[in-house]
Design a protein around this ligand. Structure first.
Ligand SMILES: Cc1cc2nc3c(=O)[nH]c(=O)nc-3n(C[C@H](O)[C@H](O)[C@H](O)COP(=O)(O)OP(=O)(O)OC[C@H]3O[C@@H](n4cnc5c(N)ncnc54)[C@H](O)[C@@H]3O)c2cc1C
Length: 465
């Protein structure tokens, strides 16, 4: 069927003004936080589960792929509509449907921004834990699809640990409810399967999440080091000592300089690295937790440990950490955010090797990351107008992921596979593993219409894109 018939049918479902099809409009939806681009045929703004189901059925009738999109902040190309078809924009499905404090649950639409859910819960004394640094612009649907992490996930777990149920529109347009308010639903954990599936198993249209009480008190520490090794050794030492701070984040000197230049957080400019550590819990217990961690930091070479004196100073330090990716944009026209994970004990080794990769490919690679999770984010700086440089960046990124795999880690901590890491999947999975996952995808989506060309590597993908 023709492109015109497809767009006409979409307009009949959601109304004319909710379908974009002009080349200027489509240009805005041909990219996300990764480096590739491809234009869709249409962008469809949906407002309800029923509309999503009808739009997906329409895509089936026309044999068109569809790609759900939330904030478009993902860094692996997950929302790039490689096979054309429709981008289904979830951002207007952004209502908070229910807060059920006695059962510690909240039900939300997927287009709600992560931070908005936090802001709605805070006055009640509750919180939703996963807190990606992108939380102002990333939606709950995108968090679910990428199994997002964030600074607080070290102590409390990533998105999959906080999602209890989902309403989903399957790739053929049927609506299903997975999981639910009650604990221990029998049968396969289909909610768990859906979390992290990157839009390849269907579209989530409602999310039931766990909420938890805010802790009575927090203390935020800044440990300052003259060598990156000492900083990363401290991370292993804290965890080995059985201490679990709420957050354990690390920034290196290039990042610190960029953050200071744009956000003026009072970070020391003459150090090699710093750890942003937060302890939380009962007020009476915090002094001793903070003291024990400060002692460990000093024992592993910290030249100074500062404690934020009030909420304003704490907020400033977090603004620096959350704004770090944005601040690094000062250093080069573009950067690739690498996302790999290693066992925490391998952090000193992997950071050293990342600097060797930078030298080998003649690139600058600052680091800011969730050190407690062993989740690295080397930011590979480049100029997108320089094709040779871009090729070196892609090689360097792949080499860093190989290093993570060699050291017993994996190729993603939280940003997913998307398009970026199709080939990297083979670093951590056998052909049999990949086939097993592919069979799951085919069971849900035999026509391969839901976000095709993502997650599964090379040969098979090439012929199905
Ligand atoms: C500055 C910056 C900092 C970041 N920091 C973090 C961080 O600390 N932790 C972290 O985990 N990530 C981080 N990210 C990456 C990104 O923000 C997360 O992956 C986020 O979860 C994506 O949400 P989104 O709404 O933007 O999703 P999108 O980018 O719109 O989509 C991401 C994927 O989810 C799918 N999808 C979207 N909505 C749905 C839906 N309703 N149903 C099914 N599939 C859907 C899409 O098809 C796509 O595959 C960061 C990104 C930036 C730019």
């Amino acid at each position: 069927m023709s492109e015109q018939a497809f767009i006409r049918d979409l307009r009949e479902i959601v109304g004319g003004s909710n379908v974009l099809a002009s080349s200027v409009d489509l240009q805005l939806y041909q990219y996300d936080g990764y480096l590739e681009e491809h234009r869709p045929e249409a962008v469809v703004f949906v407002q309800s589960t029923e509309e999503v189901a009808k739009v997906v059925q329409c895509c089936n009738r026309h044999g068109r792929p569809f790609v759900p999109r939330g904030g478009g902040t993902n860094l692996t190309g997950g929302t790039i509509p490689f096979g054309g078809g429709a981008v289904i924009e979830m951002i207007r499905m952004n209502r908070l449907l229910e807060i059920d404090i006695p059962n510690l649950r909240a039900r939300v639409q997927p287009g709600m921004f992560n931070l908005e859910l936090g802001n709605a819960l805070a006055p009640l004394g509750y919180q939703f834990i996963p807190d990606p640094a992108s939380q102002k612009a990333a939606t709950l649907g995108g968090n679910v699809a990428e199994n997002a992490g964030g600074p607080h996930c070290f102590k409390y777990g990533v998105t999959s640990n906080h999602v209890l149920g989902l309403t989903v529109v399957l790739p053929d347009g049927r609506v299903e409810k997975l999981g639910g308010k009650a604990a221990d639903i029998p049968g396969f954990d289909l909610t768990g399967l859906f979390v992290g599936s990157e839009g390849t198993l269907g579209i989530c249209t409602e999310v039931l999440v766990k909420v938890v009480r805010q802790t009575e008190s927090v203390k935020t520490l800044l440990a300052i080091y003259d060598s990156i090794e000492e900083g990363s050794e401290t991370v292993s030492a804290i965890v080995a000592a059985g201490m679990v701070p709420a957050t354990l984040e690390m920034m290196d000197q290039l990042v610190i300089h960029a953050v200071e230049a744009s956000l003026h957080c009072g970070l020391p400019m003459d150090c090699a690295t710093l750890l942003l550590i937060e302890v939380d819990g009962l007020r009476d217990d915090l002094e001793s937790q903070a003291a024990a961690i400060s002692d460990l930091c000093r024992a592993h070479g910290a030249r100074e440990v500062r404690v934020a004196k009030d909420d304003a100073e704490r907020a400033l330090l977090w603004a620096g950490r959350r704004g770090a990716f944005g601040a690094v944009a000062r250093l080069a026209p573009s950067f690739l955010v690498c996302d790999g994970t290693v066992p925490r004990t391998a952090l000193p080794q992997v950071l050293k090797k990342v600097s060797q990769v930078a030298a080998k490919y003649d690139l600058r690679i600052p680091n800011v990351f969730h050190a407690g999770d062993g989740n690295l984010h080397p930011l590979i700086l480049f100029d997108w107008r320089d094709a040779d440089m871009k090729a070196r960046v892609l090689k360097a990124g792949m080499e860093i992921l190989s290093l993570c795999a060699e050291l017993g880690g994996t190729i993603s901590g939280e940003h997913g596979v998307g398009l970026e890491k199709l080939d990297a999947m083979r670093l951590v999975m056998s052909e049999a593993d990949i086939q097993a996952q592919r069979r799951v995808k085919t069971t849900f989506d035999p026509a391969n219409l839901a976000n095709p060309g993502k997650i599964f590597p090379a040969k098979e993908v090439a012929c199905e894109r």
